[in-house]
Design a protein around this ligand. Sequence first.
Ligand SMILES: NC(=O)c1ccc[n+]([C@@H]2O[C@H](COP(=O)([O-])OP(=O)(O)OC[C@H]3O[C@@H](n4cnc5c(N)ncnc54)[C@H](O)[C@@H]3O)[C@@H](O)[C@H]2O)c1
Length: 254
Amino acid sequence: MRLAGKTAIITGAAGGIGAATVRRFCEEGSQVVLVDIDADALKSVMAEIERDHAKAQLKALALDMGVEDSSKAIVDATLSQFGSIDIVVNNAGIRSYEAMIDAKAETWQKILSTNLLSYAFLSREALPALRRSKGNIVNVSSTHAVNPRAGMGQYDVAKAGILSLTRTLAFEEAPHQVRVNAVCPGLTLTPFHVRRFASQGKSEQDLRAEKVDHNLQRRWADPREVAHPILWLASDEASFVTAATLMVDGGTRV
Ligand SMILES: NC(=O)c1ccc[n+]([C@@H]2O[C@H](COP(=O)([O-])OP(=O)(O)OC[C@H]3O[C@@H](n4cnc5c(N)ncnc54)[C@H](O)[C@@H]3O)[C@@H](O)[C@H]2O)c1
């Protein structure tokens, strides 16, 4: 019960990595506020977790993280329900597939507001409570923040921005004993990818069996393999870890 008595906010909680993280946090005794724009997916993730963890204390908020006001609403709702905030996991994310030569302003704005600014705004709104609890923030970036590739530049730029945001916040908040860290997942087999490859005729089983070329372990990660390091960074076991970037990518080299 490494998070007994703690309260965590997790964004993108209805997705693969988010839902796996909510589960791990519940298993370790945390109260969790789940935030996602997809109200139906959020409802079904809540129902599954409540079925498996009868004692879980959860609150679901269907909100768009791409809108600045959502962050204050989340913090207010968390404080009124649970009274404190110990952990923020910024995880919500979207993808786009435009080469730089074709990159539209509208896509840039959408990616930056969802994948980067939402992390900055939720952190800003939660920091007064995190300073009181001496809590911490875990930001979910991507291996592609540091491993370049072609075709997803807007996403990769936003993910690189998250690493910079993480380090600045860690420096600014260290005097208040708030830790801030980032994880960089590599290929993780989440419902997003299952849906994406289904449209190309590949099943989840095909993906699990596939040999991945660009990581040392030559496979996809399971979402729980990303949730474990997030949990560790958020726990007191990582009390001397701040401003860190933890690669959770099977040794990706592209
Ligand atoms: N799966 C991977 O291979 C992989 C690799 C590297 C990084 N990541 C990152 O991990 C995080 C989680 O990814 P995932 O694979 O679980 O993705 P996912 O698509 O399964 O989950 C993302 C969740 O974020 C939610 N979301 C999207 N826009 C939102 C918004 N505006 N407001 C609130 N919620 C919103 C979605 O509804 C979804 O439930 C993302 O930040 C992603 O970029 C994933």
